[in-house]
Design a protein. Structure first.
Length: 308
């Protein structure tokens, strides 16, 4: 029955199915529904389905590493969702005498002052914290400027590398891409950007595919620790096969060329989830992490995007 539900996910019913799966403790359905929303968010954000998402679900989406949306699209979607949430909130406070008249909020909509008021900023605050404004393209888009002016987003501090000329206030908006901070989470995995990057790299160096990269990471940082968390449930032979597939995939050029620990960790999570899906292994049965990580469980939400 769960397979039938998952196969019939669509842009119109996915949020309702996600909420139904969570309320009925169906992790299989809710996980696939959440991943469907991540993959199709650009389209969902343009429909009324967006307004069915709860504040918690919107927060989870903005935190996702694999949300298939640009930062500007995500910002616009958050603003639309926030304005709709504010409209509903004001409708609940509206006197019954005014309801359903030409003066009702539902008919006149939000005023300009309400769209930049404190209530809207309070609604959007948990979402705005997860907008990666440093990786928005183009960096000086009008939507970003409007969000700064309304107080929805806060300006990042100007680092030494960001300022090109202090006397003219000229800055380099690409410094976050070219010289990422070690603690920075970096940009999300956005498939169109990834494909464009691969195309550019292949044109620049056609022999790159299949070429073993020069080792830039220590052997310790690429060692992987596996744990069978439920040996009574996960058969030993299946566990060994999962370990083998994951280990083989982490030896490929795409993984070995990642120099930052954050990106290796993210890639390992994608590889692990692809393998678990292939072998029909529940996520909670197997733990896989880099040896350089602490024992704390990763907080990146599950994903079923294919590893490239």
């Amino acid at each position: 029955c769960e397979d039938v539900v998952v196969k019939n996910l669509s842009h119109d019913n996915v949020v309702q199915i996600l909420q139904w799966g969570r309320s009925n403790n169906s992790k299989y359905i809710s996980t696939h529904a959440a991943r469907f929303i991540e993959r199709e968010f650009s389209r969902i954000s343009q429909s009324a389905t967006l307004f069915e998402l709860t504040p918690t679900e919107m927060t989870e989406l903005t935190q996702s590493q694999f949300l298939q949306s640009t930062e500007l699209e995500l910002l616009a979607a958050c603003c639309r969702w926030g304005e709709h949430a504010l409209l509903k909130k004001l409708e609940e406070r509206e006197p019954n005498l005014v309801a359903d008249t030409c003066h009702s909020i539902s008919r006149r909509g939000l005023k300009k002052s309400e769209k930049s008021g404190e209530e809207l900023k309070e609604i959007l605050k948990p979402l705005a914290e997860n907008i990666r404004k440093d990786y928005a393209l183009p960096p000086f888009h009008q939507d970003l400027t409007d969000a700064y002016n309304k107080g929805i987003l806060e300006q990042s501090p100007l680092g030494q590398d960001l300022v090109v000329c202090a006397s003219t206030s000229e800055i380099n908006p690409d410094v976050h891409w070219l010289k990422p901070d070690d603690e920075s989470c970096g940009p999300r995995y956005y498939r169109p950007y990834h494909m464009a990057l691969l195309k550019h790299r292949n044109l620049k160096d056609p022999s790159w595919i299949g070429k073993s990269p020069e080792s830039t990471t220590s052997s310790e940082s690429t060692q992987i620790k596996f744990t069978n968390l439920y040996p009574d449930i996960l058969d030993e032979n299946v566990y060994i096969e999962a370990r083998k597939r994951i280990s083989d995939r982490t030896k490929q050029a795409n993984f070995m060329s990642l120099t930052r620990s954050f990106h290796r960790k993210m890639a390992l999570e994608m590889i692990t989830r692809q393998t678990l899906i292939e072998l029909d292994i529940p996520e909670e049965c197997l733990s896989c992490r880099l040896a350089s990580e602490n024992s704390e469980k990763s907080i990146t939400p599950p994903d079923v995007l294919p590893y490239l």
